[in-house]
Write a protein that binds this ligand. Sequence first.
Ligand code: NAG
Length: 365
Amino acid sequence: MATFLATATISIIFLTSIPIAQATSKPVIFAFGDSLSDVGNNNHLPYSLARSDYPWYGIDYSGGHATGRFTNGRTIGDIIAAKLGVPSPPPYLSLSMDDDAILEGVNYASGGAGILNETGIYFVQKLSFDDQISCFETTATTITRKIGKVASRRLRSEAFFFIGLGSNDYINNFLQPNLPDGQIYTLPQFEDLLIGTLENQLRRLHKLGARKVIFHGLAPMGCIPSQRAQAIDGKCVEHVNDYVLQFNSRVKALLTELNLKLPGAQMAFADCYDIVLDLIDNPKRYGFKIAHTSCCNVDTTVGGLCLPNSRLCGDRKDYVFWDAYHPTDAANEVIADTLFADSDVGQVHPALGMAPSPSPSPSPL
Ligand SMILES: *[C@@H]1O[C@H](CO)[C@@H](O)[C@H](O)[C@H]1NC(C)=O
């Protein structure tokens, strides 16, 4: 841990030449995303149908209770926060703006959210990415009121902004035959809409002081249990994986372009496509047994979430997927390890992108 902190400190000083006292403070994380990153925001939205505040969600989380995380244990974001030596930031909707906790990071992610406002419309209530950015705007104003302009600007420019969005724009929008976007737009038009909207959103975040952005690319969604259940042969849906690859490469290009155009921008693309595909193709290589279906015996015709009356598998560590959409805690750990060691991310953010250390134990959650 000592080596890690020293390296992180040196890189931060090197990058921004800020005073040492500041550089030794803990990293601040602002997280934006969908159900893969939600840590309880939707628990506070009474009409939301995208929720996980009931058993068996959280069965392997500290305490064994559902927290609003859409998995049996920790999210990828929880694990990365621990690797950075900080607690996973709390859900925005659980915080009062009077609370000084907002100075240490906030999670805005909301199950069902997408880049587009209309994504996930049938979940009734959720925070879309635009909504999440507005919540961050409120946070930023409050931080400035608490600690003053200069310190607030520095806090925001040094914070990590983790963003994981886009899955629902396909799964719970474009690919749904009964929703309009799949009818109105061709695939290239829909991609243009997503990338154009994302560009505006990233520019807005930059205006609000975000500099260090890590965008999580999409996983091979054609291979998640909910998609396989729709394939006649139970195999991965290849055209969905092609959509994902195309989306990922366009986001990567967008980030490169924004890094050139926006002063101080350090936006990195964290690619998890290959590792998730390898987990699915070769689960045994990572200590798993089953990757084609989920641990929780969900009914994909009624949503694919793990409802209280669902049957669980024998050993949750044997499965890559927890429900029809979300990886297990054990799989999230493998994915987080790979993302943390991603050298492309490391080039932009030396505090991340490090080879997995010979395991100083992560901080408690
Ligand atoms: C999405 O909705 C928000 C209000 O929640 C609005 O401010 C924003 O302009 C909308 N975005 C688009 C692209 O229509």
